[in-house]
Design a binder for this molecule. Structure first.
Ligand SMILES: NC(=O)c1ccc[n+]([C@@H]2O[C@H](COP(=O)([O-])OP(=O)(O)OC[C@H]3O[C@@H](n4cnc5c(N)ncnc54)[C@H](O)[C@@H]3O)[C@@H](O)[C@H]2O)c1
Length: 361
């Protein structure tokens, strides 16, 4: 029989969705014992809504609870690094929201710490989960898609003054970035998950929608390691919100649903180039089991990985790849030059991708 894992959720903004879409639906796998937030009203509201037995405002108190297996960190971005390090030191399994940490240096420190820790860290990329996207992944993994040609990735969302009224948002010091880091990071993770590593990046950013410091519009032009090309477009000023992932391969083109916050869900269009390719794809999808969307799919896969001691559904390496892209995008936008990956330890942005003009004097 599988082990029911005890969980503590830290931070109850998106943390509430981890509970609602994940732990509350997967009660055989997870036992949500503790919630923690500095905001007492949130603590009481979420605690009552999901009948959570223990509620605290102290992160340290959670780490001292010997019966808690998993600490799920959903606090503002600059807290992630110290809180993950402390949770690993306390022997916990760790889940943490995006952006995982604030630099390539930090993610490398985490990897070194994890190597000697009891627990592992799963970064959050819940947009990978959804039936349509998972079918595409299966087809690509089995080698049926063929040579990658071109990807078009759009993240067109809407954010206004209410969203930016939350004090940590909108500034590099506390949010660490804008539309590229906070919003489009999901679609860009999907791009690399399905089409592989990136070789070169050019980008432009602008702040046009909101009175904020970080960017809310961005475009980028990428060369993948395979030689395929990709274009990225992100804005927080789109009256109609969509996420769109369009991937053209030799034998098949994939087109996502336009659902802004669950682009992995069906309907995905899977359009084969020939009847023969279509038949091969249909065969590869025989017996394909439905994959639930977002946090439900992710947390179910996470539990399975813990049970079998196999690789986590999202790894530190995945988070590193997304942060390497961010570093390259911000550096390209700042310098007006193309950036070649990988970004090494001697790169000027290895310790912080923050544009020089926004750094404290
Ligand atoms: N995966 C996604 O789709 C998604 C969506 C939204 C936000 N996020 C990410 O989740 C993180 C949180 O974002 P949010 O929108 O929920 O923010 P939020 O400000 O709404 O919620 C954060 C909560 O953390 C609490 N908190 C702050 N410091 C704390 C501490 N030391 N101990 C305990 N609680 C503390 C705050 O009181 C607040 O309630 C960010 O990194 C954000 O980028 C991810």
């Amino acid at each position: 029989m599988s082990k029911r894992r005890t969980v503590a959720v830290i931070g109850l903004g998106i943390g509430r969705s981890h509970i609602d879409e994940g732990y509350a639906r997967l009660r055989d796998q997870f036992d949500l014992q503790v919630i923690c937030d500095l905001n007492e009203e949130r603590l009481a509201a979420v605690g009552d809504e999901f009948s959570v037995p223990r509620r605290t405002t102290s992160f340290d108190e959670v780490l001292a609870m010997d019966d808690i297996d998993i600490v799920d960190i959903c606090t503002p971005p600059t807290l992630h690094f110290p809180q993950i390090m402390a949770a690993l030191a306390a022997g916990k399994q760790v889940i943490c929201e995006k952006p995982l940490v604030g630099s390539l240096h930090e993610v490398d420190q985490l990897a070194a710490t994890e190597a000697t820790s009891r627990g592992r860290t799963m970064p959050i990329f819940q947009y990978r989960f959804g039936n349509g996207l998972q079918k595409a992944r299966r087809i690509i993994e089995t080698g049926l898609a063929g040579k990658p040609y071109l990807a078009t990735i759009e993240t067109a969302w809407l954010r206004g003054p209410n969203y930016y009224a939350v004090p940590w948002r909108g500034r590099f010091e506390t949010e660490l970035g804008g539309a590229l880091l906070t919003h489009a990071i999901h679609s860009h993770d999907i791009l690399t998950w399905l089409m592989g590593d990136i070789a070169e990046v050019f980008a432009r950013t602008a702040t046009r929608v909101n009175a904020i410091e970080v960017e809310d519009c961005a475009v980028a032009s990428l060369v993948m390691q395979s030689g395929a090309l990709a274009s990225l477009a992100a804005t927080l000023g789109s009256a109609k919100e969509i996420s769109r992932i369009r991937l053209c391969f030799e034998h098949v083109t994939f087109e996502s649903s336009l659902s802004p916050y669950a682009p992995g869900d069906d309907p995905w269009q899977i359009i084969a180039t020939s009847p023969e390719a279509e038949a091969r794809i249909a065969k590869a999808l025989e017996g394909f089991k439905f994959v639930p969307s977002r946090f439900e799919g992710l947390m179910a896969a996470y539990h399975q990985a813990l049970e079998t001691d196999s690789p986590l559904p999202v790894t530190l390496k995945d988070a590193r790849r997304s942060l390497e892209l961010i570093t390259a995008l911000y550096h390209a936008a700042e310098t007006g030059e193309a950036v070649v990956l990988p970004i090494g330890k001697d790169h000027p942005k290895y310790r912080s991708w923050r544009p020089a003009a926004t750094a404290p004097r």
